[in-house]
Design a protein around this ligand. Sequence first.
Ligand code: GLN
Length: 481
Amino acid sequence: MKSAREQVAEALARIEERNGACNAFVEVYAEEATTRAAAIDERVAGGEDLPLAGMPIAVKDNICTKVGKTTCASRILEGYRSPFDATVVGRLEAAGAVIVGKVNMDEFGMGSGTEHSVYGPTGNPWDTTRVAGGSSGGSAAAVAAGMVPVALGTDTGGSIRQPAAMCGVVGLKPTYGRVSRYGLVAFASSLDQIGPLTRTVEEAARVLGVIAGEDPNDATSSTRPLHDFVAASRETPWNLRVGVVRGWSSAKNHPAVDGAMERAKGVFRAMGAEVVVVDLPHAEHAVSAYYIVAPAEASSNLARFDGVRYGRRAEVGAGEGLEALYVRSRSEGFGAEVKRRIMLGTYALSAGHCDEYYKTALKVRRRIKEDYDTALGTGEHGEGARCDVLLLPTSPTPAYPIGEKGNDPVSEYLQDIYTVGVNLAGLPAISLPCGLAEVGGKELPVGVQLVGRAFDEAGLLRAAGMFERASGFSGVSAPGV
Ligand code: GLN
C-alpha cells in the first residue's frame, strides 16, 4: 500500500508531465495537497482507518472548494473563491482523499465537448485533436491520462457518462437525490447530480459509498439507506434481465457505437443474462424536453450572477447606474452558449409561452419517466418488462474533432439523445468502456450505458461489475500513458 505522500507525489508528477497535452486541469494545488497527504500519513500511522487514504482526486470546477478558485469555467466567476467546501468535498477529505486540483468543463456545465470553456478546450488523451466529451471533459481526461485515479464530475444531461465513454473510463451518475448537491453551482436543479469518473467499477462504488447519503444542507438529498456498494460491484447477479430499446435506430449512430452495443449484448448473453427488447415510446422526445427544462431552470439559477455578489464586475462610468453594471457584467461575463441557454429558458418561462413550452416539456418528462418505470418494473408500472438494467449506447458517436460541433448547437444537443432521458427520469446510470474502434486512423474508446432502478445503485453496480469482469474492457490506458 502506497503512502498518501507517494500517491499524491505520483499524481502531481503525472499532471506536470501530461496536462500540457490535454488541458484537463485548470488549477493544481501541489502545496496544499502535499501538506494534506503528510497529515493523512500521520493519521494512518496513528491507527486511523481512512477508506480513501491518500487517494488523489480531481474536482470539476463547478464544485466548491475552499482551496483555490471555483469558476465553472466562466469569465463571470473569474477569481471567485468559495468560502466553504461542497458536502462531497468535505466527505471525501474526511475519508482521507486529497483534492489535487480543479478540472476543466463546459461553462456552467452547458455543452457536450468541453469546448465552451474560458480555459480553452480539453483534448482527449486518445487523440488530442478530438474532444474529451463534456461537460465533465476535464474529469474524464484527467483519469484517462492516468493523472488521477478518480475525478468528480456532474451530470445534468449526460455530463459524467458521455465524457467517460469518449475517454474510455467509468462514469457513474447516481439517482437524483442520492448525493448532496450542496456546494455544487446549480445548472438545472431538478436534474443535477455529482458522481465519480474512475478506471474501474469498484473504484466508482468506493467513491459513491463516501459521497452518498442524506445531507441537512440539501433538502433534496435522500434519506434512503445506503448499501455496501463495493461488495455489490464484486457480486455476480443471477438471472439478470437486461433490456435493450426497440427502435433506437442505428441510423443515428456511428458504426463504432453499434459495434460496441453488439459486443455488450454478447458479453451479457455469454454471462447467462437474459437480453430482452423493451420500448421507451417517448424517448425520442427527451432531447426536446430536456432543452426546455434545463435552460428554464438555468435561466433562473444564473440570475444570481449580476456582477455584484460573485466574481467579476464590469467597469461602469460614474452615473451610468446599477442597470448598466448588471447588463455589462452579464454581457461580458457569460459565453455564447450560456447566453443562448438563458435566452431559451427565459423565453420558455415567459408569460404567454410557459404553457406551450415549459409545461408541455414537464408533461413529456412525466411520460418519459413512466416509460422507464415500465421497462424497469418500478413505480405504478410494476407490471412492465421488469428489467434489472437497460443497456443503451452512451453517446451516438465516439469523440469527434474539436471544432466540429462547438459552433453548431443542434448537432451538439443531439449528442445527448441517450443520456438526457435518464436525468429527466431521475435514475442512476453508468457508462462503461466497451472496447476500441478505429476512427480517423486512431483507436478510440467506445462506451455503453447501463440504466438502473431509482436508488438501486447496488443493482446497477452489480451488473456493471459483472460486465467489466466478463468483458475485460475497463482499465485500458490511452496511448502513451
Ligand atoms: N450536454 C448537456 C447540456 O449541454 C448535458 C450537460 C450536463 O450534463 N451538464 O446541457
